[in-house]
Write a protein that binds this ligand. Structure first.
Ligand code: NA7
Length: 539
């Protein structure tokens, strides 16, 4: 760990977060010979993959894609053990990157940035941390991740609970042993669905509290296939480029299986196609037809297919029915699982459906729902995140004339390109709201943003500009653009309370935050640069 930066140091760049965005941003700054400081709340690198070390945590993008492309040597050297990487392997990779590129000395761990304010007079940012650091920087870069601010529900009496309490997004570093314990898990998103089969292997009993059933697809995960890996590595550049052209920056391999819109096939053919894509595992199923997430009729047929799979897997018919989702498929992020539905065939795994039996409170010994109290040794909150804006707004950020970002974003985040906001000069958000971010392979979006920001800083240096800031018109038009693109999809279905919309967090304004369509976005960013940073004021 490096020394503290308390000595009123001035840097070219201050970066918040040492996840994959922060690490690459720091590397690019080193390459450019700039002084940079990273502040990281955790004790190690990895960001989301540092905190989300819950049992069963695994990436839903395949390993050969969920990795950096910026170093040919790195991508050739690194060996991923499985098709979909588990959290410990991803964390190991993040540590390898930090060491390989000598990043650690500029990262200050166990330090949370608390405040940042822009000084109009000398065009610099003043940044303060919870450890007493006060530093200044020309550029202030939020590499805080999209799923890093945990959402802990406020349930009456929860503080009185005397058993062990965990949140999947803040899992302890020490081993948690559930052997012989009666465990409850609240939530049925990705974190709960991934951890359920693993906790069930240990616990005496596991009870899953479900408010909204999710659609979960089988991962068909397996150890890395050496032949496939060798093939990818032989053409890694082309492999990456092909993925860059995909709507989510991932899955070019699906192109060979891509079909026409669903209704061009007979019902029998539709079922056959979905069956074959289901068997391949992961998000492949959603690509069975291009219109599953665009057309309600196609969507309902795909949803029925998954519901039938649930009914065919879960032996108890009542439990199966409760696990069948009703919402539009894909309007919430789909989950990729390894044995979730099968868990409910085990005698010691139970489901409590909260729709007609809501949680009334938490007591000293357990959870009370309308039908009574159930006692547990441990409660696991798998209740998700204040996504995309949570970690940005945790920092008290003040821009020009002391304007508060919290106030500016009270009715939803407002950015130009998801990179910068009016009145917050020289502040960048990596994979910020208004950019494709969570709708893509995050590694692709992170590299694209870091490269754009690094090139922008180099351009400003060359042309001797001190500040860059979005114009009001460009930002307003961009926000309208993001909304209009989202409105053409089923993501904004009124019955869907996804974290993309902020609808999972009480009091958060319902606005669709990411922008669908990676290739068009990337082209727009390139066009902006080609037109002399169109939409930005450079001063
Ligand atoms: P998610 O997907 O936001 O899931 C959170 C779950 O917790 C979801 O089922 C929620 O139900 C449930 N929840 C939240 N608050 C409550 C309360 N108060 N009572 C009962 N149930 C509650 O978070 P994850 O961590 O699983 O996954 C986040 C992303 O990480 C995922 O999409 C992947 O991209 C990786 P709800 O649906 O709101 O009714």
């Amino acid at each position: 760990m490096s020394d503290s930066a308390k000595e009123n140091q001035n840097y070219d760049v201050v970066i918040v977060g040492a996840g994959f965005a922060g690490l690459y941003m720091l590397h690019r700054m080193h390459q450019a010979g700039r002084t940079a400081r990273v502040f990281e709340a955790g004790s190690g690198v990895g960001g989301t993959w540092y905190w989300n070390r819950y049992p069963g945590a695994r990436c839903d993008i395949q390993s050969m894609e969920y990795s950096y492309s910026f170093s040919e040597e790195l991508q050739q050297d690194w060996e991923w053990p499985e098709k979909y990487s588990a959290q410990p392997d991803i964390e190991k990779y993040a540590n390898h990157v930090a060491d390989r590129f000598n990043l650690r000395s500029d990262i200050q761990f166990d330090t949370r940035v608390s405040e940042a304010s822009f000084d109009d007079d000398d065009s610099s940012w003043k940044i303060q941390t919870d450890q007493g650091d006060v530093v200044t920087a020309q550029f202030f870069i939020m590499a805080t991740g999209c799923l890093s601010s945990t959402n802990m529900p406020e349930i009456e009496g929860m503080d009185n609970y005397t058993g062990d309490t965990y949140h999947t997004g803040q899992w302890p570093k020490d081993d948690v042993d559930f052997t012989g314990k009666n465990v409850a898990i609240i939530g049925t998103g990705s974190s709960a669905i991934q951890s359920t089969p693993v906790i069930a292997q240990q616990a005496e009993s596991l009870t899953v509290y479900q408010r909204t059933p999710s659609y979960s697809l089988p991962s068909a995960n397996h150890p890395s296939d050496p032949e496939y890996v060798a093939d990818v590595k032989a053409n890694y550049k082309e492999f990456r480029e092909a993925n860059q052209k995909m709507p989510a920056g991932t899955g070019a391999e699906w192109l060979k299986d891509m079909n026409e819109p669903m209704m061009t096939y007979s019902p029998e053919e539709q079922q056959e196609i979905m069956e074959s894509m289901w068997t391949k595992g992961g998000f492949t199923f959603v690509r069975s037809f291009p219109d599953i997430t665009l057309d309600y009729a196609a969507n309902e047929i795909a949803a029925d297919f998954v519901r039938d799979k649930i009914r065919g897997t879960v032996e108890d018919a009542d439990t199966a029915e409760l696990l069948c989702p009703e919402i539009v498929i894909g309007c919430k992020r789909m989950v990729i699982d390894s044995g979730y539905y099968e868990s409910f065939n085990e005698k010691h795994v139970h489901l409590i459906d909260l729709r007609d039996n809501p949680i009334e409170g938490i007591e000293e010994t357990g959870i009370r729902t309308s039908d009574g109290l159930r006692e547990y040794d441990a409660i696991v909150y798998a209740t998700g995140f204040d996504a995309m804006t949570g970690s940005i707004l945790k920092v008290d950020i003040k821009g020009r004339e002391n304007k508060s970002l919290r106030d500016e974003w009270v009715a939803g985040p407002r950015t130009y390109l998801g990179l910068n906001s009016v009145d917050f000069p020289n502040m960048f958000t990596i994979t910020g709201p208004g950019s494709p971010s969570v709708l893509t392979n995050m590694m692709v979006s992170i590299e694209q943003h870091v490269d754009w920001i690094s090139d922008c800083i180099a351009y400003m240096d060359e042309k001797e500009f001190a500040t860059i800031e979005a114009t009001q018109d460009a930002q307003d038009e961009w926000v309208d653009h993001v909304n209009s693109v989202a409105d053409k999809t089923l993501f904004t279905d009124p019955n869907c309370n996804s974290w993309y919309l902020g609808a999972n967090v009480e009091g958060k304004t319902r606005v669709f935050m990411p922008l669908p369509g990676y290739p068009a976005y990337k082209e727009k960013c390139e066009e902006v640069v080609a037109n002399g940073y169109e939409g930005f004021n450079l001063a």
